[in-house]
Design a protein around this ligand. Sequence first.
Ligand code: SF4
Length: 313
Amino acid sequence: MGEIDRLFLRVRVEQSLGIIEDVAAKTDRPLIVQFSGGRDSMVLLELTRTVTSNFVCAYMATGLEFAGFVKYIKDFCAGAGVPLIISNPTMHKGNLFKRVEQFRTWPGLVATWCCRDLKLRPEKKLLQKLYGKGTFYKLEGVRMYESQRRRSLYKDVAETFIREDGEHKKSFDVFPILLWSDYDVINFLQEKGLPTSRLYDDYGVSGCSWCPFYEPAIYKRVLEKLPNHYDRFIEWEEKLGQPSVNGFVYLGDIKREVVDGIPMPVRDEGKPGRSPCQMMLNGELVPTCSVYGHLYIDGTCFRCDILEIKEPL
Ligand code: SF4
């Protein structure tokens, strides 16, 4: 790492430690480190340990993890000697496919109910069961500069680094590394000799192996190594007659291309003459809705035709 990078990193670290110290001073309860096993949460954990021993790592299992990932989380925390709690969807309304069956559709880029139903609500129930109702401070390894979408979602907290948790009333989400760049993260991990999940290197993602935010290229990478990994998704695409990738690509088509060499067909999923609106982002053609979200008119996104999901009962 060069001198300039080291200097930037020192400034970032000091600012992040200050944010964590501030919230640690507000509560007697353990700080909740939202630990996903990825690079950002590894940084977050290391920073939190520097400030206090009164914390617990919380992993929100979704059931969409790659095989062995939850074990990796458990082994890592045991080896590092840090406390870990794990929530899972059975603590709330059941797994993704149960909810897909109920809603008759996939979670989308705006109505990201998978995050709410598989992660946030089960975790809320677990925290209340373990520590009782009241205020929790949840440290999240979100970084603004990771994507355009994140820049716009988090610009309101770029100075305060804290906001009330929309899902868990009276609790707060805290973002100590919100302003860190990719270089800051990589440099910090190298400096501290911290590990990262190998899955991140293999597929470009860790944690959920399927996500409405992933681009087809990620699914191709996974299918090249694990050809049957998405078979249950493909079954449900067929049952619903709806693509699961970004609202307009069928995983079944991706699998046929990767596994059998059959080129993906051009499907017309929209009204006659319509195709999903796309745009260039970082040199890649991506659905516009994956950057800006859907824009619904009369219950249908005018760019990609996906149906709006009403707030479930
Ligand atoms: S699939 Fe994506 S949006 Fe849904 S819970 Fe997993 S990471 Fe969150």
